[in-house]
Design a binder for this molecule. Structure first.
Ligand SMILES: Cc1ncc(COP(=O)(O)O)c(C=O)c1O
Length: 439
């Protein structure tokens, strides 16, 4: 059979600009194509700014889904990617290894070292390629750890109300069912859900004594729930209670990792160390898809055996892709040199101060590091009626890209922002809130 020419060379289609062809051939994530307008046509990006096909520039105030850490097109990351692509683009990571993967794993173990304490530390790095799979790996490793320990009855996971851990089946199961996942209920394993309170967690652990494999949390900030924040003391209680009940603690730092909360990791800020930790997004500074699940040596050793069937049978084609790993190594060097967590914290403080100055102290602005959120009403449900209005007002902005979570408006910009740019973001948030305010 003859191979069809790519559609780009179809004269009928290529008569229109490429961004108009989008509607014919693309299916976008978390998009209702029956409602949402044509997507922004982005042709370039530098620093905090996206360059659109019509010549307009927009400040990426949400770091392109919370990933872009230092700014777009960072020359150190671009150089690392180019040099690595020319040397070794990809090789399977089963039975092979390479320097970028070893370098990045060594970096990660080093940056996680300050969290060690209370008999816990993260010593091993398992690579995958997105946040959801990093969570899947953590869930599978946690359960199989217990199987290897002779406790296969530990089949239950505890998760936080409103949690979001990704869109694959295990990640959906531990995530809040509404509004995204409830239709998949017949396929999802049962999860015990608790609010972020020590009492509720203790009760859940007691009620399921000896049956809990792990508690999974988004530490300090529950992103998709609407940048919902809980105090560090909850994480300290969670660590203690998991230890007391013999359950593992999984930290999903896919969003919070790499400085977003003002510390390298949210768990570090809370002074605790999890048994498993999922990282993605900022791992490559937001440039390429790469993820890791870090694990304690004890968990790794539970799989280490002369018996092949005790191995961890999980892997993805692009596990530890060398280009991603080289970028990750360069990104961590930048994070260290530029004190990225402190920078993000400062940017968050600028935005918070401006919002408070313009909206008043009672406006309910909340902040954790470089993440600043405000909600115009009590109802923060993702599909809340007010959320639609907020979404539309954000789309009307000319210079700042904001994308609300339901009724929650938030900013999480990259670390390269100048103060004037941070104020621009805050002013855009005020503009949106003013437009949608009910008289
Ligand atoms: C806390 C958390 N975990 C997991 C994920 C899933 O990551 P990915 O979209 O890379 O699969 C996300 C994505 O936003 C997240 O915020």
């Amino acid at each position: 059979m003859a191979v069809q020419a790519p559609t780009g060379s179809d004269p009928a289609l290529s008569a229109s600009p490429w961004w108009q062809q989008d509607a014919q051939v693309c299916w976008h994530p978390y998009t209702q194509h029956g409602l949402d307008p044509q997507p922004l046509a982005v042709v370039g990006a530098r620093g905090a700014w996206l360059e659109l096909a019509d010549g307009q520039r927009m400040l990426d105030a949400i770091s392109s889904w919370w990933a872009c850490l230092h700014g777009h097109g960072n020359h150190r990351l671009v150089a690392a990617a180019a040099a690595q692509a020319a040397r070794l683009d990809h090789v399977l990571f089963a039975g092979c290894t390479h320097e970028p993967a070893v370098n990045l794993a060594t970096d990660l173990v080093r940056v996680a070292a300050p969290m060690a304490g209370g008999g816990h530390s993260l010593q091993r790095v398992f690579y995958s390629d997105n946040g959801s799979t990093a969570v899947e790996v953590a869930l599978k490793a946690a359960y199989q750890y217990w199987v290897r320990q002779g406790e296969p009855q530990r089949t239950r996971f505890i998760a936080l109300d409103g949690g979001y851990h990704g869109d694959t089946f295990g990640a959906m199961a531990v995530g809040e069912p509404h509004p995204f996942f409830h239709e998949f209920a017949p396929f999802l394993f049962e999860v015990v859900r608790v609010p972020p309170s020590a009492e509720a967690l203790q009760q859940a652990l007691q009620a399921n004594a000896g049956q809990v494999a792990a508690l999974i949390v988004e530490p300090l900030v529950q992103g998709a729930a609407g940048m919902v924040m809980h105090p560090a003391s909850f994480l300290q209680d969670a660590r203690r209670l998991c230890d007391e009940h013999g359950a593992l603690l999984i930290a999903d730092e896919v969003l919070t990792g790499f400085g977003r909360t003002g510390s390298v990791f949210a768990c570090e800020k809370a002074g605790i160390c999890p048994d498993l930790m999922a990282l993605a997004k900022g791992l490559t500074g937001g440039m390429l898809p790469l993820a890791v699940t870090m694990a304690s040596e004890e968990i790794y050793q539970a799989f280490h055996s002369p018996q092949r069937e005790r191995a961890f049978f999980h892997g993805h084609t692009f596990t530890a892709n060398p280009i991603g790993c080289a970028i990750g190594h360069a990104s961590l060097a930048l994070l260290h040199e530029q004190q990225t967590p402190a920078r993000l914290d400062r940017i968050g403080a600028w935005i918070e101060a401006r919002l408070r100055a313009r909206l008043g102290e009672a406006s309910g602005v909340r902040r954790c590091g470089g993440i600043v959120a405000v909600e115009p009403s009590e109802d923060s449900a993702y599909l809340a009626a007010g959320g639609e209005e907020l979404r539309q007002a954000c789309r009307g902005l000319k210079r700042v890209l904001l994308r609300p979570l339901g009724n929650v408006l938030y900013a999480m910009p990259p670390a390269c922002l100048e103060e004037s740019e941070a104020l621009l973001v805050a002013d855009a948030m005020v503009e949106v809130l003013t437009q949608t305010a009910t008289p």
